[in-house]
Each structure stands twice: as C-alpha cells, then as structure tokens.
Ligand binder design. Structure first.
Ligand SMILES: *Cc1c(COP(=O)(O)O)cnc(C)c1O
Length: 389
C-alpha cells in the first residue's frame, strides 16, 4: 500500500489502481460468490488472490484498504450496517462472563442489543456517565474486558474524555471501543488517541449521500487478531454495490465535512441567539460543556447538532419542524441534505437522567446555503411561537 502524508491526497488516491482495471479510474463493482480455479491442485493450494467472494473481493478490498490507511489501523473490516459494526466490535472482544462498560449517551440500539443479545450471551454490562473521565477507574471489575464510548453521543452530543478513558483502560489491560461516526478519522483520530476498535456507521459521512447502509470497524494492533477472526468466522460481508457507493462518497469526504462544519457552526450560533432556544448542543460552540475536550482532541465538527426548545406544548415543537421546506423529518444523517427530528433521551438513560423541560430537536445541517437553512428555521420558530400557550 502506498503511504500518503496528506489526508486530502489519500482520499483522492487510495485504492485507485487503473492498471488493474483496463485503465478505468475506479474499481468496478465485482459482484460474485464463486471464483474459479484452473485446476484441482491450484484450489487445494489456494494459490490465487481471490478464493471466494465472501472472503475477498476486489471492490470490498479497495474500500477496506483505503479506510485502513485513513484510520491508521492495523486492519479494517466492513459490516453490512453501522449497527452491525458496533455489535461486531463488541462481540469480537467480549464474551460470556466478561464485563462491558458502556457510556450512557450511546446510540440507543446498542442499549437494546446488550439487553436482548448481550444478556443472553452472559455479558455483564454497566452504563457510565459520559462525563466520568478518569473516574471510570472506579467502575472497573476483575472481569471488565472493554469500555465502549461514543464521542460525541449522536443525540445529546456530550463528549467523553477519550484520553482519560484509554489511559485508565490500558493501565488495566482493557480494550476501548469507540463509535467515531460523527468525527470520522478526519476530525477525530481515535486510534491515535488510544482507541482499540474504532467504529463508523459508514452509512453517514463515508457514503455521504443517503443511498446505502454500511459499517466499518478498524483495529489497533492489540485488537486486530480478535476482530479479524470474529468477522471472518461469523460470515459478515458488505455488498459490493454499497461498497462502491462508499468508495465514491469517500473521495469527497474532506470537502463535504468542511462545508458541514461551516454551515453547522453558523446555524448553531444563530440558534444561540434565539429566545425560543434554551440550549444548543454543538461541541464547536464555546458554550458546550466539553468544548475544551473538543478543542483538545478534535480537528473539526461535523453537521449534527441538537438544541433544546424552551418549555412548550408538543404541538408547538411539532409545528416548528412540520412544514420546514429544506429540512426533512427523518432518522439517520451524514448525507448531503438537512434533516430534523424531535427526540426524547429520557427513556434511553440509566446512569444519568435527562431532566429537560423543553423538547430536544436534532438537526443534521446539510450542504445547502446556510442563509436558506436559517430562513427556513426562522419560519419554523414563527409557527412555534403562534402555538405557545
Ligand atoms: C446511525 C448510527 C449507527 C448505526 O448505523 P446504521 O448504518 O444505521 O446501522 C451507529 N452509530 C451511530 C453513532 C449512528 O449515528
């Protein structure tokens, strides 16, 4: 593999091998299960690069290698969704009788996973306050195997102190798993900061166009062997069609993130000036409770943020979002387009409590003109104000 000093150049050049593909710039979509051998002997010896579609495929290999370089990982695997990447990272290193620490602000399907699957497999789980920092040491048991974090949490945007957590973890020979979907390795070099298994829902910024579902896990040297074996032996595979969309998306990741960062900062600052808004949760704002950690560890901020409305009837919050013309209402994020939703963190907390009176609105700020987005939200606040009791 070639080495690139600049991430911009890496994104444009990694895994581009025209000489392998009749001069075409991009790696084609190789759809395939069977790979044929010329003789029985060559099959016995396994003496060719591709043996079987699930094991290795030129399309999936191109994305895997590009992401491995981007992450600075010992190895990377592809999973059929972001959630399966999260569960793959966990199950690759945690088993029956092991204890797993999970941050209270994680993507909520992880909570459901440990409840419905982890419990049955005999995995013991404790949720911790994401603001815990070095005090995580107090939660470590003799059977603690891994600490799971999401920085920042994709609903409420708290930033756990990954440096403090990895330091304590490594002193106790415990692995750290972190979901890096929000920052991507461009803005948060998680493996460099001591994370052992770095997850991305590639569905979001890697694919970047809301047209495919995909996940990735990248491992440090200590975690790679377990991850590789788990992934191989459980038969995980990502569709080459989706992989080619991810490769295409990845080429423009840096320029898209830069625009998401710029637009989201403008919208977040504008939201802070509004009387209808109690708080804005965006790590790049000086008012964010862990802004110092963002400044210390992150190189940028992406397009996802949340804000809290002042106390209001549900109908007023609904009216704010209904009839927005540029923001659609929907799950997921990381595409080129703006999205909005109302979310209630109350039922997905156990180690901390979410006790806000207002409604939590999550926005994904897309690549539109930020003035247009602000004007759209301004009309939303007019509808909100008309319905205040
Ligand atoms: C969306 C998301 C996932 C899950 O990704 P899917 O591709 O939808 O399965 C995991 N983690 C975070 C932080 C996410 O935002």
């Amino acid at each position: 593999m070639k080495k690139y000093k600049s991430v911009k150049t890496l994104l444009a050049h990694a895994s581009i091998e025209p000489e392998q593909h009749h001069g075409f710039v991009n790696t084609p979509v190789y759809r395939g299960s069977t790979v044929v051998f010329p003789t029985c002997e060559s099959m016995r010896e396994g003496r060719q690069k591709y043996i079987y579609g699930r094991w290795n495929n030129p399309s999936t290999e191109a994305l895997t290698q590009a992401l491995q370089q981007l992450e600075g990982a010992q190895g990377t695997v592809l999973c059929p969704s972001g959630l399966s990447a999260c569960t793959t990272a966990i199950l690759s290193v945690v088993g029956a009788g092991d204890h797993l620490l999970i941050a209270d602000n994680v993507y909520s399907p992880i909570r459901a996973f440990v409840e419905h699957v982890g419990n049955r497999l005999g995995i013991e789980v404790t949720f911790y306050d994401p603001a815990i920092g070095a005090d995580i040491a107090g939660f470590i048991q003799p059977n603690t195997k891994a600490i799971y974090a999401e920085s920042p949490g994709s609903l409420t945007l708290e930033i756990p102190d990954i440096r403090a957590i990895t330091k304590v973890a490594h002193e106790h020979d415990i692995l750290v798993i972190a979901d890096n979907t929000w920052g991507t390795p461009l803005y948060f070099p998680s493996l460099e900061l001591g994370v052992d298994l770095s997850i991305m829902a590639a569905t979001k910024y890697i694919v970047g166009h809301s047209d495919a579902i995909l996940g990735t896990v990248s491992a440090s040297e200590r975690a790679w062997d377990s991850l590789k074996k788990y992934h191989f032996n459980t038969g995980l595979f990502a569709s080459p069609d989706d992989v080619s969309l991810a490769l295409r998306g990845m080429r423009t990741l840096e320029v898209r993130l830069e625009r998401h960062f710029k637009n989201a900062t403008l919208v977040a600052k504008w939201l802070e000036t509004r009387d209808e808004v109690e708080a804005v949760y965006y790590p790049a704002l000086a008012s964010h409770p862990q802004h110092h950690l963002w400044k210390r560890d992150f190189k940028g901020a992406s397009g996802l943020l949340s804000f809290l409305t002042k106390p209001s009837p549900q109908a007023a919050a609904d009216a704010l979002l209904d009839n927005l013309s540029l923001f659609s209402i929907g799950y997921s994020w990381g595409g080129f387009e703006s999205l909005a939703m109302i979310a209630d963190p109350t039922p997905v907390r156990s180690a901390t409590t979410w006790a806000a009176d207002g409604h939590l609105v999550r926005l994904h700020i897309g690549l539109e003109d930020p003035d247009d987005l602000i004007a759209d939200l301004e009309r939303g606040f007019e509808r909100f104000n008309r319905l205040l009791g």
